[in-house]
Design a protein around this ligand. Structure first.
Ligand SMILES: [Zn+2]
Length: 452
């Protein structure tokens, strides 16, 4: 900031100097040269501006003093003035006027430097110029400039639906969107088409208007599901989830789960997960996907189900499918995801409680850690169960499990619940992990405080 201020005040000062030079060059001769020597004094300079009557008759071409000459013809160069008033013209020093403007230019250059350093030259351009710049062949600078004028609401995949392009007018968005369509459908290299795709979804989310431009953009997006570039196919799959038409979206996404490309399979599940934020329609399909041959699909499906479960709507058969996945899946990652999804049912649910208890003693460290994580995120507090799990967890053989248990102990268990476990806490003060020691120290200190 102080550096910015330096640039700004330096620029302002220089600007004043420039204005001074230009004004002097334009008006200093107002008195017709009579005060030429006195004009060095600033107060005399002021007099020049206010007192025009002091001007003397001069030839407007060679500035010969004609105060002693009668008539309109100059005795020096022979020029005949058209009117008497032409003999009172102010002599303007155009070279110095130019010099003044150059100084002003330099001053503006200096003043904008902090902004240019921070946001680039494009930050000085009007948005419309940037939108038109996108139509140029070399358009990365224009996209970059626009990027700086917009902001993302969430940093995750759904959030790349740019929610606030409100710095752009609707007609600017239309121009931008329709050129993105052209770029995507062109033979440009994949990198350019991908940039255009990003902006296509930005524009679509910013202007939710159902008109011809929107329909063209949507059509282009869906056509990318069969594109040769697998990155574009992947993105198109995720964005093809349409909350307004869940069934059509599912019909598009389901075949992708059988795609030979693992990225497309993943994108298919992710698309269903996006859809699941608005509708329960993908739930049965995700349950089926828990039995998919590809473990990554199974794992993503379990997570997606977890993100969709609202306790009131979650049914017993969803719970049973997750419990099956947790108990019988061959992959620890899938079992851990299934457990995490299952934990949405809460500890009051007998089956869920049973599974968590089993997971805490699972042979897989990943599953034990995830069970502690699930407890840490639960809101129906069963203190005795929490205390028992955390105190067992901090003694686990696996460091990652101990770390999760220490977090649970520190942040989710009130100190008063550990009153009759002081001896255990004291023993933990010499534990191997710093996290465990600090959790124990925290509770001991709190108990000490209360005891006084
Ligand atoms: Zn003359």
């Amino acid at each position: 900031m102080p550096v910015d201020l330096l640039y700004w005040s330096g620029g302002a000062l220089l600007g004043l100097v420039g204005v001074g030079i230009a004004l002097w060059a334009l008006f200093a001769d107002r008195s017709g040269g009579r005060l030429a020597s006195a004009s060095i004094h600033p107060l005399a300079l002021w007099a020049l501006f206010v007192d025009r009557s002091r001007a003397k008759r001069r030839c407007s071409k060679c500035w010969y003093d004609m105060s002693a000459t009668a008539g309109l013809q100059c005795p020096e160069c022979g020029r005949v003035a058209k009117r008497e008033s032409k003999l009172y013209k102010t002599r303007r020093n155009w070279r110095w006027v130019m010099a003044g403007f150059m100084v002003i230019l330099a001053a503006s250059f200096l003043t904008v430097q902090p902004r240019v350093q921070r946001d680039g030259w494009t930050s000085l351009m009007p948005t419309t110029l940037l939108v038109l710049g996108v139509y140029m062949h070399d358009n990365q600078w224009a996209f970059d400039g626009l990027e700086k004028r917009t902001s993302y609401e969430h940093p995750d995949f759904q959030g790349s639906w740019l929610v606030s392009a409100e710095n752009l007018w609707d007609w600017q968005l239309r121009l931008l969107g329709s050129h993105c369509v052209t770029l995507i459908e062109s033979n440009e290299p994949p990198s350019k088409r991908r940039v255009a795709f990003n902006w296509l979804v930005h524009v679509m989310s910013a202007r939710r208007k159902d008109d011809d431009v929107h329909r063209r953009m949507w059509g282009t997006l869906l056509s990318l599901l069969n594109d040769t570039d697998s990155q574009l196919r992947e993105w198109a799959a995720i964005y093809s989830a349409d909350p307004l038409d869940p069934q059509a979206s599912i019909d598009r996404l389901l075949p992708l789960l059988g795609d030979p490309d693992v990225r497309i399979r993943r994108a298919g599940v992710t698309g269903m997960r996006v859809l699941g934020q608005y509708s329960d329609a993908p739930l049965p399909h995700l349950v089926v996907a828990l039995a998919h041959a590809d473990w990554e699909v199974r794992s993503l499906a379990a997570s997606a189900i977890g993100s969709m479960i609202r306790r009131e709507t979650a049914t017993e058969d969803v719970l049973d499918s997750l419990a099956d996945a947790f108990q019988y899946d061959a992959k620890a990652e899938v079992r851990a995801r299934a457990l995490l999804a299952l934990s949405n049912f809460g500890l009051r649910n007998v089956k869920c409680r049973e599974m968590i208890r089993a997971a805490l003693n699972d042979p897989e460290p990943l599953v034990r850690a995830e069970a502690l994580d699930a407890l840490a995120m639960m809101d129906d507090m069963d203190v005795a169960f929490f205390v028992e799990s955390a105190l067992a967890g901090v003694l686990d053989a696996e460091p990652s499990v101990r770390s999760h248990a220490a977090w649970l102990l520190h942040h989710r268990i009130p100190s008063r619940e550990l009153e009759d476990r002081r001896d255990v806490l004291v023993k933990l003060m010499v534990a191997e992990d710093e996290e465990v020691r600090s959790a124990a120290a925290y509770h001991l200190a709190t108990l000490e405080e209360v005891g006084k």
